[in-house]
Design a protein around this ligand. Structure first.
Ligand code: RIB
Ligand code: CA
Length: 320
């Protein structure tokens, strides 16, 4: 059973990622050891409330704690225009279960101490990962398997002409993490791959049907409709790019994908190029490799994998 810690900013596609991880947890394929939240799509506190609400619906009792409230060097920018006023599209989360006290970094430290094979998945800005590098350098160095959703690598951005949202929100965190990565390379799922994983109303209808009596199923239309409208307004069609769910499947190796070892750098201070990520694919910099850049993923396999997970939740709720 793979121990998984996810640092996320639910956020609509993060929410689908949490539903997927909950299914694999119930299947006994992973152990979701903790969820921490970072500020990006919404505030870290709101994201924690959203995550707690989704996981409570799915009977997952992993610790859920908000992480750093804002980037260290730039003002926090959230994106209600993309993910809705509270991060779940048109859904206002019914009162989320109370936030238990606790320190998010203690969840990370404990997970590193307990699980040598811990998989850390980051689907929001890298503020927590960069903070952990500062406050717990020994444990940070022991993070042996990290997958990040972020960056537009040698590809157009979704936030500026060259920057992807997660890296733009906290560019210094992204720059610091790739400047001084943990022992292992960071598996990077960037826009040029994650934008290919699309859910449209027909696929959403099939997902809701697959979920059967699973509690969250009834809320997905309100959550995703906001995201469909946002993508249509961006000229992407009435559909949604589900970046973070694809990232989780890649992190767990549940779908085929290809990657290449390279050196990634992120610009932090340039006003125009803030958050821009570049891969030295030809070795010009002669610097040590710090990442495995995902170059392709089987998105049809990802749709089948999502259906498998949804079916597992449906069976669980059918026999309860
Ligand atoms: O740019 C896409 C990323 O930004 C995804 O993680 C999405 O949830 C938003 O956080
Ligand atoms: Ca996210």
């Amino acid at each position: 059973m793979i121990p998984v810690l996810i640092d996320c900013d639910p956020g609509i596609d993060d929410t689908l990622a949490l539903i997927y991880l909950a299914a694999l947890h119930h299947l006994g394929e992973i152990e979701l050891v903790g969820v921490t939240t970072t500020a990006g799509n919404t505030t870290a506190t709101q994201a924690a409330g959203n995550a707690r609400w989704v996981l409570a619906q799915l009977l997952i009792d992993a610790p859920v704690l908000p992480g750093r409230p804002r980037p260290r060097h730039v003002e926090l920018t959230t994106t209600p225009e993309t993910h809705g006023p509270t991060g779940l599209g048109y859904l206002e989360v019914p009162e989320a279960p109370e936030t238990p006290g606790g320190d998010w970094a203690e969840v990370w430290r404990g997970a590193v101490d307990k699980h040598a094979d811990l998989r850390l998945i980051v689907t929001g800005p890298l503020s927590n990962l960069a903070a952990f590098q500062q406050t717990h350098p020994e444990h940070y160095a022991r993070l042996g398997n990290i997958t990040v959703m972020g960056g537009a690598v040698n590809y157009r951005g979704n936030t500026t002409p060259t920057a992807e949202w997660n890296f733009w929100v906290d560019p210094h965190a992204a720059a610091e993490v790739f400047e001084d990565p943990p022992a292992a390379s960071i598996r990077l799922c960037s826009l040029e791959v994650t934008e290919q994983f699309l859910i449209d109303p027909a696929r959403l209808g099939a997902l809701v049907d697959s979920l059967g009596a699973t509690p969250v199923a009834g809320y997905l239309a309100d959550i995703l409709r906001f995201y469909f409208e946002f993508h249509r307004a961006q000229g992407e069609g009435y559909q949604a790019q589900i970046h973070d769910l694809l990232t989780c499947m890649i992190a767990l190796g549940t779908i085929p994908y290809e990657d290449v070892s390279t050196t990634i750098a992120v610009e932090a201070d340039s006003p125009l190029l803030r958050g821009t990520s570049v891969a030295d694919l030809r070795g010009h910099w002669d610097r040590p490799h710090n990442a495995r850049l995902v170059t392709s993923a089987d998105v049809e396999a990802a749709h089948s994998e999502l259906a498998r997970a949804a079916g597992a939740l449906a069976v669980l709720w059918a026999i309860r």
